[in-house]
Design a protein around this ligand. Structure first.
Ligand SMILES: [Zn+2]
Length: 385
């Protein structure tokens, strides 16, 4: 009933679906959603395409087999995102949109992160297409995970899907993941006034003010690290990276403008909103009375930290079936949104994050059969009594 794995992957990769906060490279994900909806319809799933508000070029897909998703029958969600990051075409050895089957790897943009998860999930689901499920099996495909997470934010707004368990099929090399840090990125803009360098009173030096801001940020980083540790993470403290600064233009001009970009990664359990607020107040306090004005721009709404029950039923099942101990990762996912919808959520999928967001991204073929097999067993356990 389904096309072959490589046909499905080739068709998904062939549809450009870059998501980006830069509108000039941001693309629609509708063609990817259409392919998935067609295959899932053929398998007997009920499919619902959910266009995002005010974004007719972007949509989520919810496809359900057995039961009614809203009738409280529990069940299992297999979720993934349909978008990819942008790419540097010059650094690819082959066309990023044409799957290349080479040396036991499928090369292509999004092959690993994470279009490749869908054919795995569909092949596992196909086994049950003709069976009577005791709890529904739902496949969810989201938009804009790589940019704003608008797709999963909209799912949360709509209060669906509802189920007891969710697997987010991000590439974890089949290690079940129960926690990751929250991620936020922001730009601190300082606007002073330029003037002749010989007389500081002729302007307001944005770089001098930025020096105070950086001092305050580093002090805050140390306080956060002293107060918060979690040994489930390789880097066991919250981090704040001062990543990029641009300022001024000439040594003999008072620096009129400075902009600093930072990345903040908080541990599960930390109150992101309170910390963001404190950060803003502290930097506002140090630039007060400098004659420099401050503006803080968030790159996108923060990705909240995620932690699920380390003794959860789905986590134990995935650990037992895949033979991999539960762990944590350093990247962000949509897990918080699925968890907030009421599901025990685990991040687990084939492929390695080491190959994601890279030129010549590939999916290791050796992981596909074990991943499909594990998913079949998980569906058996949670959707068939
Ligand atoms: Zn991903």
């Amino acid at each position: 009933m389904l096309p072959s794995f490589s046909d499905m992957l080739a068709q998904l990769v062939a549809e450009p679906s870059v998501s980006s906060t830069s509108p000039d490279i941001d693309r629609s994900n509708l063609r990817v959603i259409e392919h998935l909806a067609n295959w899932l319809n053929d398998l007997g799933f009920r499919t619902e395409v959910m266009p995002l508000p005010n974004r007719p070029d972007k949509a989520n897909l919810i496809a359900t087999l057995g039961g009614d998703i809203n009738d409280g029958m529990g069940g299992l969600v297999l979720a993934g995102h349909t978008d990819t990051v942008p790419f540097d075409e010059a650094l690819w050895h082959s066309d990023p949109f044409t799957v290349k089957d080479h040396q036991d790897r499928y090369y292509g943009l999004g092959s690993c992160d994470m279009k490749g998860f869908f054919p795995v999930a569909l092949e596992a689901a196909a086994t049950f297409a003709k069976q009577q499920l005791s709890a529904p099996l739902t496949i969810v495909a989201t938009s804009d995970e790589e940019s704003s997470m608008a797709g999963s934010r909209y799912l949360l707004e709509c209060g669906k899907p509802k189920a007891d368990y969710a697997i987010i099929g991000e590439p974890t090399a089949m290690q079940p993941i129960f926690a990751h840090k929250g991620i936020s990125m922001m730009t601190i803009q300082l606007e002073g006034a330029s003037g002749h360098s010989s007389d500081p009173s002729l302007g307001a030096n944005a770089l001098d003010a930025m020096h105070r801001v950086m001092g305050e940020l580093i002090a805050m980083r140390e306080e956060l690290a002293t107060a918060n540790q979690n040994n489930a993470f390789a880097v066991n403290v919250p981090t704040m990276n001062l990543g990029c600064m641009r300022a001024g233009d000439n040594p003999n001009r008072i620096c009129g403008h400075a902009a600093l970009q930072i990345d903040l990664r908080l541990l599960p359990g930390m109150d992101s909103e309170a910390i963001h607020e404190a950060l803003e107040q502290r930097i506002a306090a140090v630039v007060a009375n400098t004659g420099v004005s401050l503006e803080l721009q968030k790159a996108y709404p923060p990705i909240p930290p995620f932690q699920s029950d380390p003794n959860g039923e789905l986590l134990s099942a995935l650990s037992g079936l895949s033979g991999n101990q539960p762990g944590t990762v350093a990247f962000g996912t949509e897990a918080h949104f699925m968890q907030t919808l009421g599901m025990e959520t685990v991040v687990w999928g084939p492929g390695s994050i080491d190959q994601a967001h890279q030129p010549n991204e590939y999916l290791d073929k050796a992981q596909l059969a074990p991943a499909t097999d594990t998913l079949r067993r998980v569906i058996q356990k949670f959707c068939l009594v």
